[in-house]
Design a protein. Structure first.
Lengths: 132, 192
């Protein structure tokens, strides 16, 4: 029953608490997408096909290394056109670190941000009438 | 392993599994010799057989060649590191910078199209370089455009964009004019 990808967090008289790597990935992914300036996560071709088939993947674009007490996160993001990347990256690092530390108690040693693309705003399909 | 390599591995594994099952069935004598010889003769006589065999052979050769590729040539695109701090590293993919440059340049009046080349210094060059990257543009301009003005504007706009978006100043931008066109630029209708 032992799962290599689970982390033993606490073993006390009441039982043990195990946190799966995927849980940490999902927390990181959700925290990252909350940041203003991030258009989405970059998940590659496999992630894109999965989403097309209707399967939501909250851990898309996230890689985590989880130890007993610490975690390291790599985020692959797509930013909105025009935003200042260092500011967005700093906000993402802080938000992800706080979310993981609050929800899991793990200490986040680093959050590496990899900007994989820039998202441009789609043109309005309904043209507004400006003059008559 | 990248997605393409994994797909090739999947196809080849299926083919090998099928061949192994066939050999297993034949070796266990589950199929009479006369019947499997007739099936083999029929299969070899079909037109599709050499095509399928050639495709499988090519796929296997591709996988053999890729297995000799050095480790570390992962599927992730090349990146430029913007900042390293105690919180972690911030890097930007070259492809993202290319799309940013294209979008900025194509918005300039007088430029019809552009090709972008991004150079990232490595090794000794990286130590001597003053900027983390350099940009080369090959522009196609409209025949009514003032080429020197458009070129200067492109360089200025790009350096402003890099300072605003990447917080990197003085990125070298080289401009070459690749062509002049008199094709009308498609613009949205402004009035009804």
């Amino acid at each position: 029953m032992a799962n290599e990808k689970e982390v033993l967090k606490k073993d006390n008289q009441l039982g043990s608490i195990r946190i799966a790597d995927d849980v940490v990935s999902i927390i990181a992914g959700l925290a990252a997408t909350e940041v203003e300036g991030i258009a989405g996560m970059s998940g590659g071709i496999a992630g894109g096909i999965a989403e097309m088939l209707g399967r939501k993947n909250f851990a898309k674009g996230v890689k985590v290394e989880v130890g007993e007490k610490e975690a390291a996160v790599d985020l692959y993001i797509i930013v909105k056109y025009g935003v200042r990347i260092p500011d967005v990256a700093l906000a993402a690092q802080e938000n992800v670190k706080q979310a993981i530390e609050t929800m899991t108690g793990l200490s986040v040693v680093e959050v590496n941000i990899h900007v994989q693309g820039v998202s441009f705003p789609e043109e309005e399909k309904v043209e507004e009438v400006r003059v008559r | 392993m990248g997605i393409i390599n994994r797909f090739l591995m999947f196809v080849i594994s299926l083919v090998l599994a099928g061949a192994a099952i066939v050999v297993l069935v034949l070796s266990l004598g589950l199929l009479g010799e006369a019947s499997w010889l007739a099936m083999a003769r029929d299969l070899l006589a079909r037109q599709e057989t050499p095509v399928v065999a050639a495709v499988v052979a090519v796929l296997c050769l591709v996988m053999v060649l890729r297995s000799f590729l050095a480790a570390g040539t992962g599927s992730r695109p090349p990146e430029i590191v913007l900042r390293t701090s105690a919180d972690g590293e911030v890097s930007v993919a070259v492809a993202a910078i290319r799309s940013l440059v294209l979008e900025t340049v194509r918005a300039i009046r007088g430029i019809s199209d552009a090709e972008v080349s991004i150079a990232v210094p490595h090794g000794k060059q990286a130590k001597e370089a003053t900027a983390p990257l350099s940009v080369s543009l090959r522009l196609v301009v409209n025949d009514s455009a003032n080429v020197p003005q458009v070129s200067e504007l492109a360089v200025k706009k790009l350096q402003e964009k890099f300072a605003q978006v990447l917080s990197v100043d003085d990125i070298p931008v080289q401009v070459a004019i690749g062509g002049i066109t008199n094709a009308p630029v498609k613009r949205e209708r402004r009035v009804v």
